[in-house]
Ligand binder design. Structure first.
Ligand code: TYM
Length: 333
């Protein structure tokens, strides 16, 4: 049986190595694998849960699409579209928000992190955001969702919502309960400045992350300044205890070279940190610089980019509008 893949990325001009290694690299492998139907969505409705400048948002949507394509996604093989162009996502989110329970949403750690101390001032959208994410997934009978580890809790909520809907209306398996697909070799790519924080576009320091649009000099500089410690390079896994920054750099190296951490540890054991950092910077340049150049090239042809989104939205709409119609019929509308 073929796998139905759905995943989403928030539009940002600042897609970073965490997005790439945690999600987009996997999107491309799934697209090029056997028996998969892939749908990849630029989730612009998720972006407006915090304030956006309309001009910047439009630009970010195109930049994210360009990053998808520059990383290897192909609109002939996958459906690629932006969420706001398919109205079933908003409609589905409302319906499912009447199925989801407050208690379930109150447990979401990402809301607590994002809303911070001033919860009263957070938008209702920011709180309800995982329900929109559930609608995204469930509208397409998705079987597998490739995401980074930070989205795991939202995926579990999506599963609960699907099961609850099916139970409430006595239709087993109408909403398909999806499985997460999470990278096996690491949970998250962490900040280059602080190994306890995930690499994130919202970190105020640009030195905390490698952006997909960084050029050679920036990459070299950021890796040079990346935090390490005064101990030698590890000889075995055991030596990485409480050395989150060093572990993170080794994870990045291993993921980019498609090899195990153990192999990378062996490769650099007994060597100087500067040698490792130089190799890591070179590898990053080899993998990221072509993506960055291609993004810039693609951004020169906005018409082409908008055409891809238009075509993708029409295909997505065919699936999603049918599913929402069935959902409404089941509910008595
Ligand atoms: P977003 O836009 O924050 O991130 C996009 C993808 O990148 C992964 N990611 C990371 N992986 C490893 N290390 C990191 N430091 C790191 N930072 C980000 C995320 O796990 C994600 O897979 N709510 C989602 C978008 C979404 C979605 C969906 C995903 C909306 N609807 C439906 C899947 C299915 C989000 O904000 O991801």
């Amino acid at each position: 049986m073929s796998k139905k893949i759905f995943s989403g990325v928030q539009p940002s001009g600042n897609l970073h190595l965490g997005n790439y290694l945690g999600a987009i690299k996997n999107f491309v492998e799934l697209q090029n694998g056997k028996n998969t139907d892939c749908i990849y969505c630029i989730v612009d409705l998720h972006a407006i849960t915090v304030k956006q400048d309309p001009k910047e948002l439009k630009k970010s949507i195109r930049e994210t699409l360009a990053a998808f394509i520059a990383s290897g996604l192909d609109s002939k093989k996958s459906i690629i579209f932006n969420q706001s162009a398919v109205s079933a996502h908003s409609e589905g989110a409302w319906i499912l928000s009447c199925i989801a329970r407050m208690g379930w949403l109150n447990r979401m750690t990402q809301f607590k992190e994002k809303a911070g101390k001033d919860k009263e001032k957070a938008s209702i959208g920011l709180y309800a955001y995982p329900v929109l994410m559930a609608a995204d997934i469930l509208l397409y009978d998705t079987t597998h969702v490739p995401v980074g580890d930070d989205q795991k809790q939202h995926l579990e909520l999506c599963r609960d919502i699907a099961q609850r809907f099916n139970n409430d209306f006595g239709i087993s398996n109408f909403l398909k309960v999806p499985e997460p697909l999470i990278q096996k070799n690491f949970s998250r790519i962490m900040s280059l400045k602080d190994g306890t924080k995930k690499m994130s576009k919202s970190d105020p320091s640009d030195f905390s992350r490698i952006n997909l649009m960084d050029n050679k000099d920036k990459i070299i500089n950021k890796i040079k300044k990346a935090k390490t410690d005064t101990l030698p390079m590890p000889n075995e896994n055991e030596d990485l205890k409480n050395r989150t920054e060093v572990l993170n750099l080794l994870v990045i190296f291993s993921s980019l070279s498609n090899q195990s951490i153990e192999k990378s540890i062996n490769e650099f054991s007994g060597k100087n940190f500067s040698i490792f950092k130089e190799k890591l910077a070179n590898l990053l340049i080899e993998k990221i610089e072509p993506i960055s150049k291609e993004i810039n090239k693609l951004l020169n042809d906005q018409k082409h980019l908008d055409g891809i989104l238009h075509e993708g939205s029409e295909k997505a709409n065919e699936f999603a509008s049918k599913k929402i119609k069935e959902m409404k019929k089941i509910m008595g509308f």
